[in-house]
Design a protein around this ligand. Sequence first.
Ligand SMILES: [Fe+2]
Ligand SMILES: [Fe+2]
Length: 376
Amino acid sequence: MTGNSTIIDPRDDVLGRARVTDTPELQAFYEELAGRNAGAFWKRANAIEPWEPETRYRPTLWRYAEMRAMCMRALELVKPEEAGRRVVTLLNDSDAGRENVAVCGWLFSGMQAMRPGEITPAHRHTASAHRFIMEGKGAYTVVDGHHITLGANDYVLTPGGCWHDHGVVADGEVSIWQDGLDIPLMNSLETNFYAVYDQPAQTAAFPTDDLPLSYGGGLRPEGIGAWDKPWSPVMVYRWDATRDALWKLAKVSDGTPFDGHMVRYSNPLTGGWALQTMGAHMQMLKPGFHGQAHRHTGNVVYNVARGRGYSIIGGERFDWSTHDIFCVPAWTWHEHVNLDASEEAFLFSFNDFPVMEALGVRIEEPYSENGGHQPA
Ligand SMILES: [Fe+2]
Ligand SMILES: [Fe+2]
C-alpha cells in the first residue's frame, strides 16, 4: 500500500493505469462482498490470471536407495491383504503436493513392492494407471483378463475403468515398480469412481501376453472386429525393444537438442499417446550429452532407467543415478546432462501432455540465452 492508494494489480503499473484508491467506503464494500461469498476481481487479477503459468509444485527428487529401503520396510510392516495396495506414495515437496497427493501437478505416483507369491487384490478405478518396472523377476499384472508378464524397465498400461490385479509368481523375486496415475486430475474433475472385484484375483481370459491378440507383434486380428478402445492394444512395451529402437535411432538421427534421442510409447493405431490422459517416453542421452534448456506446459515425472547424470530444473541441480525419480513442474526450465563419458543414460518419463493437447494448451519454449543453458 502506498499512501491511500493500493497497487491492486501489478499490471496497473505496466499499463500505466490509474490505481484504485482505497477509501473507507471501498473497504466496507469489500467486506460486504466477502459476506456474500463474492470478491472484487481487480484486487486479485494478477493472481487469478498470471502473466504466465505459475506452478504450485517444486522440482523434487527421490533417491532409489532410500525409497527402496522404505518399500522394504513396508513389506515387513504390513501385509498386502491388510493394506490392499502396499504403495509408498511420492509427495511433491510443496503444500499443493501434500494436499492433492500429487507427485507433480495432475500426476500421482507411488512405489509398489511385492514378494514372491503375493498379490494385489483386483479392483478398478476411473483414474488411468501405467507402471514402470524397476526391479524383480516373475511379476505380472492382469488387466481386464489379459495376463501380462513384467520384467525390469518394461512399461505397462492399466487404462481407466479396467479391472486389474498384480502379483509375483511363487518362484520369482521381490519386485518393485513405479505407478503413475492421473488421480489428482480425476479428483479435481470430481470423476473418480472405485470398485473392488468380487474375487481376490481375475482369471486370465486370454493367452498370456496376447497384447491383446496381438497388436504387440503388429498383427491385427481379422474377423474379431476392430479395436474399439481409446487406449493402445499394445499394453506392455518391452525394455529390450525400446532400448534397441533408441540405439538404432541414434544411428540415423541427431535427436533433439533438449531430450537427446527420444521415443514415445504410442498407440500404433493412431501414432498418439497410449493412454488418453497420460503419455510416456524413453529417452537416451549419449555419453557426455548436455542438453539445452526448455520449458513447457504439462508436468513430467522421470525415472532413471539406467545411467548417471544430472538435470538443472528451475536453476537447481539435481544429480541422479539408476532408478532415482524426479519431477519437472509445468513451465519450469530444465536441461539434462549425462555425466558418463562412455555409457548412455536412459530416462523413462511420464507426463500429462495428452490432457494439454486435448485442451489446446500444450505450449513449449526454448531457453534462448547463454547458449541454451541456465546459469550455473
Ligand atoms: Fe489400481
Ligand atoms: Fe522437457
